[in-house]
Design a protein. Structure first.
Length: 318
């Protein structure tokens, strides 16, 4: 190996060497192998020669080399024509990558408007993470979900109740599937889990029951002789608009009842937990109780008022 660097021309490996000062009387020549051209390899390597002082005439002997750190990625394009064509091809592929992602995003399962023939029910029992829209009309159940989810939704009628559930599989569903239900009369709904229900347009002759066990929500608008509300968990019930002869209900947990715009002649309501209730009474008897940290606010006119609190909760008229 000559003492000066040997430089090759064109593209390829070339060796560069230099002699450093003597360490402990032993001169050391270090060298590294360098690649000239494009593209650069990711792992250049280095080594060294040492000359023994006892044998000055002995040629340099090589010692084992070591792998160096990966060479940095150069941002400049290659110089030769063939290499430039490869660089342009790679750059064009990177530009097409967002289009490929967009195509994959659009390739979603088709939304199914599947109708199921079910009839003879006046109540709904919801035990699936879906949105249910309930309106008056002839019996009809329509699933607006993608085809992969539709085949795992179970709908059946038992004891005058439409039962909606999953077949036991834990599906990874983006968004919340929607089910439209049409029924001539509505007597009540019970939600177990995280499903939501929107009920409107009914003018019934029977008492209506709204029950939640879990984190589901119910929105109700309509008229009926009586309305019963029961919340167990963190779900909310919103009585949007309408009128009933009597409103009875309770909250056990952190759920809420919002009924400021909903008129009820007689109201009897209780809270055990941290839930809140906002009520309107329309001239009848008002009986309220709080056991815990919940609050009840009421508005309207009542013929008689009975209020009892145990804990840090409160009852007050707006």
């Amino acid at each position: 190996m000559p003492s000066s660097a040997r430089r090759g021309s064109g593209t390829g490996w070339t060796d560069a060497a230099k002699t450093s000062g003597a360490a402990g009387g032993i001169p050391t020549r270090s060298w590294r192998r360098v690649f000239r051209g494009w593209p650069r390899p990711s792992l250049p390597w280095t080594g060294s020669w040492r000359r023994s002082p006892s044998t000055p005439g002995r040629p340099w002997r090589a010692e084992p080399g070591r792998a160096a750190r990966p060479a940095p990625l150069l941002r400049r394009p290659p110089g030769s024509g063939a290499e430039m064509e490869g660089f342009r091809a790679r750059r064009a592929g990177m530009r097409l990558f967002p289009l490929v992602l967009a195509t994959c995003t659009l390739a979603l399962p088709a939304v199914a408007g599947e109708s199921r023939t079910l009839s003879g029910f006046t109540r709904i029992e919801l035990a699936a993470p879906v949105d249910v829209e309930v309106r008056p009309g002839a019996f009809q159940v329509t699933l607006e979900v993608d085809s992969d989810v539709a085949r795992h939704l179970v709908t059946q009628v038992e004891d005058d109740a439409l039962r909606i559930s999953m077949d036991g599989r834990n599906l990874n569903v983006h968004g919340k599937p929607r089910i439209k239900v049409r029924m001539p009369a509505f007597h009540g709904i019970r939600i177990q889990g995280s499903g939501d229900a929107d009920i409107a347009g009914f003018k019934g002759q029977e008492k209506v029951e709204l029950r939640i066990s879990g984190s589901g929500d119910i929105r109700y608008a309509g008229t009926a002789p009586g309305l019963a509300v029961a919340i167990e968990g963190s779900g909310d019930v919103v009585l949007a608009e309408g009128e009933v002869g009597s409103l009875q209900g309770s909250i056990q947990g952190s759920g809420n009842l919002k009924a400021r715009e909903f008129k009820a002649k007689n109201v009897s309501f209780s809270i055990e937990g941290s839930g809140d209730a906002d009520l309107r009474v329309a001239g009848g008897a008002l009986k309220l109780a709080v056991n815990g940290s919940g609050d009840i606010r009421w508005t309207g006119e009542a013929s008689t008022v009975s209020a009892a609190t145990h804990g840090s909760g409160s009852i007050a008229k707006r």
